[in-house]
Design a protein around this ligand. Structure first.
Ligand SMILES: CC(C)(COP(=O)(O)OP(=O)(O)OC[C@H]1O[C@@H](n2cnc3c(N)ncnc32)[C@H](O)[C@@H]1OP(=O)(O)O)[C@@H](O)C(=O)NCCC(=O)NCCS
Length: 167
């Protein structure tokens, strides 16, 4: 695997918006579809800037040439009583599944959280997304609850699992 794993930079904005549209259209597992995020590259660049500025949040990208093929994000709550909690999101483009990209991003994000004294990492995952759930279980996450009818996609409801890792 000759992909580059690194922190996102503001000049990744355009490629990142393409990545989000692509992964959104490839499965119904995410909170968005093929529309991705309808924001300008300038706004996305400012969003990426936040991760560079904040020592306790990070956005990683995986690149194959000019293409962003993977994206992992750790965000922190700003409310003081919730600020020990980190939130994780992860996407890999379908053509790149099964090559260990998801696992390597998970490892990087967990190590990052440990270095910033987060106590809990949480995420929501569609309850039938076996692939992602087995990846999270592998890294010690447990299912701590269910959000019923979390997604409504094309008129159909889908539950989500809340998964958490206590650090
Ligand atoms: C979930 C996702 C991030 C996994 O990324 P990936 O790069 O394919 O993951 P890896 O190649 O590192 O595989 C990691 C683990 O996934 C699981 N996995 C892989 N293929 C699987 C399959 N067919 N069935 C079940 N689990 C599978 C395994 O636990 C695997 O670990 P192993 O190789 O030690 O057995 C990727 O499929 C994806 O982006 N899916 C669409 C978006 C999404 O669902 N994101 C998560 C939202 S919460």
């Amino acid at each position: 695997m000759s992909y580059v794993f690194r922190e996102a930079r503001p000049d990744d904005a355009e490629a990142l918006l393409v990545h989000l549209k692509t992964v959104g259209g490839e499965t119904d597992n995410l909170t968005f579809g093929s529309e991705g995020f309808s924001i300008s590259p300038e706004r996305e660049a400012r969003f990426i800037g936040r991760f560079i500025k904040n020592f306790d949040e990070v956005m990683y990208v995986v690149t194959d040439g000019s293409l962003i093929v993977g994206n992992g994000v750790i965000e922190r709550e700003r409310i003081p009583r919730l600020s020990h909690r980190a939130r994780l999101t992860l996407t890999v483009m379908r053509d790149y599944w099964g090559q260990g990209i998801g696992k390597r991003l998970m490892k990087m994000m967990i190590e990052f959280c440990k270095s910033t004294s987060a106590d809990v990492i949480s995420l929501e995952v569609r309850a039938d997304n076996d692939r992602a759930i087995s990846l999270y279980l592998k890294y010690g996450f447990i299912v701590s609850g269910t959000l019923q009818r979390y997604f409504k996609i094309k008129g159909e409801y889908h539950d989500a699992c809340i998964m958490e890792l206590q650090l």
